[in-house]
Design a binder for this molecule. Structure first.
Ligand code: PXP
Length: 251
């Protein structure tokens, strides 16, 4: 099977984290989005959290107005966010669980245990012409549940895999990669579009990029961190090359 092209979505949340540390307009996350696109990003992701700790409403409006690439509006499935997304009409909305105390999105949506509120949210977003993706754990039953909910896309949570890479635990790395491969193959087989993300870095991205059903990776924290050392342009280009190297390994 020849793998389809693999898109890179750059998440710019943490440019806003640095901006907000001082209360002024610098550094501007929208300027970072433009630079990322020039460096090869296929899309931009921004997570408007309930507490607005990084991205703010005005950032989403500016991104929507200024970008010529797809905007992925990451959000919790709350009535406030659904109203904002349906008014803004981004290309896509990625629904994530959100806990106020967490540092980042810690796990995938629990769509097997508690999906009652998600069905109408997905319908409402789809009716507004927005492509809905669900951020989920890489399990085959979760793929079935996402399809049953009417979501066209899932984003597989790669956080546990990336933690295993960072810990240098090879057996755990293999186990987690196998979960990702199995979930991607099953999800692709039942007609879902498969994305992946969370925690990906240069030393972890290649095996994920090699999974042929995955067509988009969303990457933020590592790239914004590397931008301190390399500049954002070079950081995005290095990630793009690593993704291409990984993709070339696809059987
Ligand atoms: N995908 C989703 C759904 C996320 O919540 C995040 C983190 O905001 C990412 C991808 C990107 O993760 P990271 O910033 O660790 O690259």
């Amino acid at each position: 099977m020849k793998a389809p092209p693999l898109r890179l979505g750059v998440n710019i949340d943490h440019v806003a984290t640095v901006r907000n540390a001082r209360g002024g307009p610098h550094p501007d996350p929208i300027r970072a989005a433009h630079l990322a696109v020039l460096a090869g990003a296929d899309g931009i992701t921004a997570h408007l959290r309930e507490d607005r700790r990084h991205i703010r409403d005005q950032d989403m409006e500016r991104l929507k107005r200024q970008l010529f690439v797809p905007l992925n509006f990451e959000m919790a499935a709350t009535s406030e966010m659904i109203a904002l997304a349906t008014a803004l009409r981004p290309h896509a909305s990625c629904l994530v669980p959100e806990k106020r105390e967490e540092r980042t999105t810690e796990g995938g949506l629990d769509i097997i245990g508690g999906h009652a509120h998600l069905r109408p949210a997905i319908q409402e977003l789809k009716a507004a012409g927005i492509r809905v993706s669900l951020f989920v754990e890489p399990e085959t039953e979760v793929m079935d549940a996402a399809r049953d909910l009417g979501a066209p896309v899932v984003e597989l949570h790669t956080g546990t895999y990336c933690e295993a890479v960072a810990a240098g635990d090879q057996a755990h790395v293999e186990h987690e990669l196998e979960r990702l491969r199995r979930a991607a193959a099953h999800g692709g087989g039942i007609g879902l579009e498969i994305h992946a993300g969370h925690g990906l870095a240069l030393d972890s991205v290649r095996p994920v990029a090699a999974i042929p059903q995955i067509v988009e990776l969303n990457i933020g924290h590592f790239l914004i961190g590397e931008a301190i050392f390399l500049g954002l342009d070079e950081a995005v280009r290095a990630m793009r090359s690593a993704m291409d190297e990984g993709r070339a390994q696809t059987e």
